[in-house]
Each structure stands twice: as structure tokens, then as C-alpha cells.
Design a protein around this ligand. Structure first.
Ligand code: CO
Ligand code: ZN
Length: 328
């Protein structure tokens, strides 16, 4: 599974620009599902047919990024963010555009780091002037972090683990579950989560499932002087109670907890005081869809070096697989 994590995290795919990552996921799953389609917004929907409950499982394909807003006379690019990117993680980073152009980030002269704001920063693609820059890049082009996957044995560092790790869990679950579930399962690889859960919204509307489950990353409270949070790396997948987008439905939440207990899968309970995920959008679709979330604990979310524990990934896959089989 680590090879798959490397492959998916190193792929380019900021919100609204998911076709490269979608292609790779499609290749991985096409031989294992009964139906595969791409909807109007670009969500990849993979169906495993059955006569039982209709369950939608979502993981988002997109990652945070930058978008070019203007090009100056000297060929420097101004930009704004796509999703929750912080200035403090950008300085000195390299980013890559879809056409493969690699660039670095610089800033105007600052009196103090407190002045570090995105409008003081620029992307440097190494162009000698505006004319040359315009041959390389256009207004509206998007960049994402340019970083390699690192395997620390138990732990993994990579960009875009949010939420390519969720995509990996879904892919592995599709392979593991085989013919062992009677439920009709819609595995949805969503677009545009980072800019407002948009892909989950439209795909949930068209599928209209009985149950929704998202797989995404969540924050942890296990680093020095971190914001207090009862989630740690390596203690198992987190079963979400709430975040700012959802209060998880007791039916789904309890089913996940019972599945973990029954199968001796370690788990943690998650109360996230900020952020949201695809299940938030799914849960308020049509007349309301009972929804829950399996979260992979992740440090340094939305930075080029997010960190997860590999055992949490394996246990999340096990939990999702068993939960899908046993949902009645
Ligand atoms: Co995110
Ligand atoms: Zn996410």
C-alpha cells in the first residue's frame, strides 16, 4: 500500500484540477468494481452492486494549492490561495504547475514576520521578464506543493496526505471487500472538498444514499504545546463525533464503534473544533442522510510535510471494510 500512497501523494491535483489524480485512481480500481463513472463536476464514482443498504463512501481527490492572479513586469507571479494554505508554510517552498514548471516562493522586504501576508509574497518561476513568464504560465494557473513522499517505516511524511490517504483507504477497501458485502456501495472520489465540500454535495444528491461515510484526515494534539485534542498518531483511526461541518449521526457513529470493538481494531474518538469534511455536505443532502467519518490522524495538515502513522491507515482500511460488510 505504501507504493500507492507514494504514487497518489506525489500526483498534482489542486481543487478544480483533479484530472491527473482521477486518472491514476481510475486505473487502480477499474478491474474491481461493477460500474465506474465521472459526473458533471468531475467526481469519480465507483459502484459495487448489491441488494442491501445504499452506502456512499467519500474521500476527496483534491489538495490545497495556489492560483496565479497577475504577472508583473519582471516576471514574478502574484497569487492567492486555493483552500486553507498558510503564508508561514509557504516561504522557501517549491511548488509545481500542471505543465511541470517548478517554482519557489519569495516575499517583499518585511520589518517583521508578522507582516508576512500572501499579498506580500510572489512565485518565482525563474523567468527573466513578463514576456517570458507569460510563455510559461497564464493567469488562473494553479500550483501545488512540490514534495517527495518519505517512508519513515512506521510513519510517513508527504504532501497531500489530506486526502490522498483517504483515497488509498477507499482503493484498498474496494480490493479487500471483494464479493463479501451485500450492500450497494458507492465509492466516491470527490472534487473540490478544500474549497467547500462541493463535489460531495452534488454526488450525494445524485446517489441519494441511505448512509454516508467520509474518510479524511484529522488534526492531533500530540505535538509539543499543541492545541488540546484527544487524538494521537498511531492510536488507531479516529471515529468522528463532530467538526464544524457535522454532528455525526449516532447510528453511523455507533456502528463504527461497535465494528471496531468487535474486530479488535484500535480506535479513538474525535472532536475537531475547526474544519469540516465531505460527510458534512452528504449529511444535509435532500431530507438528510445519516453520516459519519473515519479519520486518519495527521500532523501538520495543509503543509508540504504532513505526517501520518502507517498502522492507522491499515486499521482504518480494516474498520471501513468490516463496517461496510456489516451495515444492515
Ligand atoms: Co484539507
Ligand atoms: Zn481533507
Amino acid at each position: 500500500m505504501k507504493q500507492l500512497i507514494k504514487k497518489l501523494t506525489e500526483t498534482y491535483g489542486p481543487s478544480g484540477n483533479e484530472h491527473n489524480i482521477r486518472k491514476k485512481i481510475k486505473e487502480e480500481i477499474q478491474d474491481y468494481v461493477d460500474e465506474l463513472r465521472v459526473d458533471n463536476l468531475g467526481n469519480l464514482i465507483a459502484v459495487k452492486k448489491g441488494n442491501g443498504k445504499k452506502i456512499m463512501v467519500a474521500a476527496h481527490m483534491d489538495e490545497v494549492g495556489l492560483i496565479v492572479t497577475s504577472i508583473d513586469e519582471k516576471g514574478f507571479l502574484r497569487f492567492s490561495k486555493v483552500g486553507g494554505v498558510s503564508e508561514f508554510y509557504l516561504l522557501g517552498q517549491r511548488v509545481i504547475f500542471e505543465n511541470g514548471i517548478i517554482a519557489t516562493l519569495g516575499t517583499e522586504k518585511l520589518e517583521s514576520m508578522k507582516e508576512l501576508k500572501m499579498d506580500k509574497m510572489f512565485i518565482d518561476i525563474g523567468a527573466k521578464d513578463k514576456k517570458e513568464a507569460e510563455q510559461m504560465i497564464s493567469i488562473g494557473d494553479q500550483a501545488c506543493y512540490y514534495r517527495e513522499f518519505s517512508d519513515l517505516n512506521k510513519r510517513i511524511i508527504a504532501k497531500a496526505l489530506d486526502d490522498r490517504i483517504g483515497c488509498c483507504v477507499l482503493i484498498q477497501t474496494i480490493k479487500d471487500i471483494g464479493q463479501s458485502s451485500n450492500n450497494e456501495i458507492y465509492f466516491v472520489f470527490t472534487v473540490q472538498e478544500e474549497v467547500g465540500l462541493r463535489g460531495a454535495k452534488t454526488s450525494a444528491f445524485s446517489i441519494n444514499p441511505d448512509i454516508g461515510i467520509a474518510v479524511d484526515v484529522t488534526a492531533t494534539g500530540d505535538t509539543p504545546k499543541a492545541k488540546t485534542m484527544a487524538v494521537e498518531l498511531g492510536k488507531g483511526p479516529a471515529i468522528k463525533i463532530k467538526d464544524n461541518s457535522i454532528l455525526c449521526h449516532p447510528k453511523v457513529r455507533n456502528h463504527l464503534i461497535q465494528t471496531a470493538e468487535k474486530n479488535n481494531i484500535p480506535y479513538q474518538l474525535e472532536v475537531l473544533e475547526f474544519g469540516g469534511t465531505d460527510s458534512g455536505a452528504i449529511s444535509v443532502t435532500k431530507e438528510g442522510i445519516p453520516s459519519g467519518v473515519i479519520s486518519i490522524p495527521c500532523r501538520y495538515i495543509h503543509t508540504p510535510s504532513e505526517m501520518i502513522d502507517y498502522d492507522d491507515v491499515l486499521n482504518a482500511t480494516k474498520l471501513l471494510t468490516e463496517a461496510l460488510i456489516s451495515f444492515e
